[in-house]
Every structure is written in C-alpha cells, then in structure tokens.
Design a protein around this ligand. Sequence first.
Ligand SMILES: [Zn+2]
Length: 233
Amino acid sequence: MRPTNPKWILLAVVLLATPLWARERTGELAPPEVKKEQDAIMKALETGNKHHMNNVSRKTGLARIMVVSCADSRVPPEVVFHMQPGELFTTRAFGNIVDKELLASLEYGAEHLNARVLVIMGHTNCSALKEAIEEHNHPRTEWRSLNQRALNQQLEPAVAEVEEDQRIARARTGKMLEGEAFLDAVVRTNILSTMHAIREQSPLLWNLENNDMIKIVACIYHLDTGKVEWLKQ
Ligand SMILES: [Zn+2]
C-alpha cells in the first residue's frame, strides 16, 4: 500500500481545525466579577442538588397533566400548581409560545403518557410581551439575533390584534387601554393565540381534544397574588 503523502495529512488537519480558529471572539471580554459570579452559581447549583438528593421524590407513573408556560423564572408550573416531580410534563419558552419541536413534545405527552389535560399558562407583566409591544411601537432596523426576531414574529400578532381592537374601541367610546392594561390584554390574547396554534398546527392534539381524550385549557398566572385565573375561550 502506498504511504499517505504528509502534505495531504497536513491539509486535512488544517481543514478540520478551521472552524476552531475561524470563530473569533466578538465583543468585549467579561470582567473578572463575572467569573466569580459563575463560580458562586455553580456552587449554589451543587448545594441545591445535594438538598434535592436527600428529598428526591421516587414517584412513578405517568404525568397526566401537560403545561405550556413562559420561561420566566417566577412562574415554575410545579410551584404554581403545588405539584411534585413526575406529575407535570412541561414545555417552557419565553412568551409561552409553541413551535414544531414543542408541539412534538406535547404530542409525545398526549400519546405516550396519556395526558388528560393540557394547560396553556401565561402570566401578568410578561417581559416577552413587553418587548413585543416595544418592538411593535418602535421597530428596530437590525436584529442582533435571528432567533430573537423569530420569537418576536410569533408574539407580534397578539400586539397587532389588541391594537386593532383598541382602535375600534376608541372610535366607538373615545377610550382605549394603555400601559399595564394594554399589556394585560396582549398577554391574554397571546395565551389564546398559543391555544389556537396548538389546535391548528397539531392535528394529533386537535383530534384528541375533539374526541374528549384531552382537555385543553388556558389561564393567566398573577405574579402579585399567586392566583391562577382560568380564561374563557
Ligand atoms: Zn413571560
């Protein structure tokens, strides 16, 4: 067998390594406090996990409840509904949206866990929708991240819908919602939009709901009181 030419080996190594050196650092490097903060967080996570190991729930069985909620740290569904690990099957994204992958997760829960109730939960004072309102009022010309633009494209219709409703209301009554009341209306509209998206984009879930195999409900969590308010569809 002919020995491999060392030149080709060198070229292969250079080509394989290219992504590593081509991907340069951009922006300013983090100050030293950030490293300290990260170390403290890792310690807190490890300590927290040790506590958890002492109290771990060994509950078996299938989660009969699925929840779609916002990624906001103040609205963990297990805490809000006072449930234990193993009881809720959750998907969380900023602004409680669903996409294809999250829908696939819900479909898995419905088919394999036999989930009987699917809860769509938004919450008051949602930062994702505040951002969407800001973007609607002052559209940016350039996005730093295409992922963020895609998220905004999902949230924006709720803002546009409420604005249109308010335009009609003002024409009729001379009054319209502003500030927090406007945000609250957008949050509610967005929760129902997610509900409609699930029905429209997942024939599997829609069929299960139509056959009464799964109940799909919507709610808003009030950050100030902890109350879950169930929404009429
Ligand atoms: Zn939120």
